[in-house]
Design a protein around this ligand. Structure first.
Ligand code: DOR
Length: 449
């Protein structure tokens, strides 16, 4: 039997227009061949039963940190891509802050080769910009990278692009998409010094001190500057993980056709009250904000000001997270929970399943020009997820497969858990069981500029 041949039988298949149709999906050689009303009697290949389940395009997560190479005690490409399968994520775009960082053609090739060998899902990688502009030449042709990542603030080592002149030189060089972590470095450093001095005794620090250090103004300053550079150099810009209502409202009026942005499920569903409940597990950059920010982010997402959803999956071990602030590292895992978190919002009536699929599959594919993915139509790649919209289950620590082994959403009762995840017509995950032979493919991009 040929690899990547499969019949997905009797599921409610999400159509490109957001409607659901009870059809069989015929998959041949990893591509969707046809949608049939009735199973063809001639089918003698593998069958995946989807009765009572909803069949959606696989999630494309456009911002993850998978720690491989160099930080594999937190996560590696095997544990991360298994977590992707469990979460219905069939493709990811991974960030350059590994050891070594992805700042050269060699480092990118090494990541692509490692992913080809072990990744259970489809993969793409960002090329990192160096703050001292030492790799400007390489940024002109970043190979088969999905884009260039610039840490305007919160960057470490050579990826620290806090210097404003350096930022401008990077925008002025080449034409690949630039994705920015938008926080102003100078303001972050000033606030950190002032606030840590103000609260010398760790026992007296307010629980949301991290959100005070990384304040809304630091984010706004950087977002405005990135937009200014995008306009000046006619450069494709993606503002990563938007967190403040003020930025969303400002972008509503200042976004151009060259600019896109995203939000994470945690910034939609958690706010700075979470520190009191889960401590440093709520600590990430840019940080959790207020409930008023959450509401404005939701509105901007529903209105299309925010284009898509990313998890910013950034695992750290429990031991690392247990260090006292400011030594506790920022970041939280997300690929295993993002889809059921958002589908639970569908069940609660906050949005439709078509919108969720648009934000998590179709739009990420469009924004990065990823070929063949994001919708379930004949001729497109057979990357899909079967979800159960009838039953709820809690997020349980013991079931998580990400190496870090925790989630900020533990105990949350969610609807829409993946029952099976299919990558290029191969069932990679089904009801808690993994197919360890499943492998993803390197993403290919239409050059959009
Ligand atoms: O909280 C974060 N953690 N934000 C980032 O941008 C980086 C990430 C990490 O790599 O840990």
């Amino acid at each position: 039997m040929a690899e990547g041949n499969l019949l997905v039988r009797g599921g409610n298949v999400l159509q490109a227009d957001g409607s659901l149709r009870l059809v069989d999906l015929e998959i041949q050689a990893g591509l969707i061949k046809a949608c049939h009303e009735i199973s063809p009697s001639s089918w003698d290949g593998l069958v995946l039963e989807a009765h009572g389940l909803t069949v959606m395009p696989g999630v494309i997560d456009p911002q993850v940190h998978f720690r491989d190479p160099g930080l594999t005690h937190k996560e590696d490409l095997i544990s991360a891509s298994r977590a992707c399968l469990r979460g219905g994520v069939t493709a990811f775009l991974e960030m350059p802050n590994t050891i070594p960082p992805t700042i050269s053609a060699e480092a990118l090739e090494a990541k692509l080769a490692r992913a080809a060998a072990v990744s259970r899902v489809n993969y793409g990688f960002f090329f990192g910009a160096c703050g001292d502009c030492s790799n400007l030449e390489a940024l002109k042709d970043p190979g088969n990278a999905c884009g260039i990542k610039m840490f305007m603030g919160s960057g470490k080592g050579c990826l620290d692009c806090g210097d404003i002149d350096g930022q401008e030189r990077i925008f002025a060089t080449g034409n690949a998409l630039i994705a920015v972590h938008a926080e102003d470095q100078e303001r972050l450093l000033q606030r950190r010094e002032t606030l840590l001095k103000q609260y010398p005794n760790p026992a007296e620090r307010p629980p949301d001190l991290h959100s005070q250090v990384h304040d809304p103004e630091a984010a706004m300053l950087a977002t405005k500057r990135a937009v200014e550079f995008s306009n000046r150099y006619k450069r494709r810009l993606h503002v990563l993980h938007l967190t403040t209502g003020a930025e969303a409202e400002w972008l509503r009026h200042h976004k151009t056709a060259l600019i896109s942005t995203e939000v994470t499920p945690q910034h939609l569903l958690l706010d700075s009250n979470a520190y009191a409940l889960i401590g440093s597990h709520a600590q990430m950059n840019p940080p959790l904000r207020t409930s008023a920010d959450r509401e404005l982010l939701w509105q901007a997402l529903l209105d299309g000001v925010i284009d898509c959803i990313a998890t910013d999956h950034a695992p750290h071990t429990l031991e690392e997270k247990a260090k006292p602030y400011p030594h506790s590292p920022s970041g939280m895992p997300g690929v295993e929970t993002a889809l059921p978190l958002m589908l639970t919002q569908v069940a609660l009536g906050r949005c439709s399943i078509g919108q969720v699929s648009n934000w998590m599959s179709k739009k990420p594919a469009e924004l990065y020009g990823i070929k063949g993915k994001g919708v379930l139509e004949p001729g497109w790649d057979a990357d899909l997820v079967l979800v159960d919209m009838e039953h709820s289950r809690p997020v349980l620590r013991e079931e998580l497969v990400s190496r870090c082994g925790w989630s900020p959403f533990e105990g949350w009762e969610l609807i829409g858990w993946p029952v099976a995840t299919v990558v290029a017509g191969v069932v990679g995950y089904e009801r808690g069981q993994f197919n360890e032979a499943c492998r993803g493919n390197e993403l290919q991009y239409d050059k959009i500029i």
